[in-house]
Design a protein around this ligand. Structure first.
Ligand code: SF4
Length: 97
């Protein structure tokens, strides 16, 4: 194989790689959010979860367990696999430290 043929093959490989979407390589999911927790969920009911807190000064966004950062919804280890509303609340609320 001469250098020209080698360069052509290398360019073809690089072009092929460039056509693969970055998301396919990284496995990154565009919908990183889980399904929203329903207030009808048995665990949610047991902990009196609500999507809109009625407890002054307490909501998921300022709970130490909230994993959503500044997002309107995010994960909570009390409800694995579900997102809770930042404005929500449940009996397991604990102040951020
Ligand atoms: S423990 Fe309750 S209040 Fe705290 S983030 Fe989870 S659902 Fe919201």
């Amino acid at each position: 194989m001469n250098n020209k043929t080698h360069d052509k093959r290398r360019r073809a490989i690089l072009k092929g790689l460039a056509s693969i979407p970055v998301l396919a390589i990284t496995g990154y999911q565009t919908s990183a959010h889980a399904a929203m927790l329903s207030a009808d969920d048995p665990t949610a009911k047991a902990l009196a979860y609500t999507e809109k807190s009625t407890v002054e000064g307490q909501n998921c966004a300022n709970c130490n367990l909230y994993q959503g950062g500044t997002a309107a919804s995010g994960g909570c280890p009390i409800f694995p696999g579900k997102d809770v509303a930042a404005a929500g609340w449940c009996k397991s609320w604990v102040a951020k430290v």
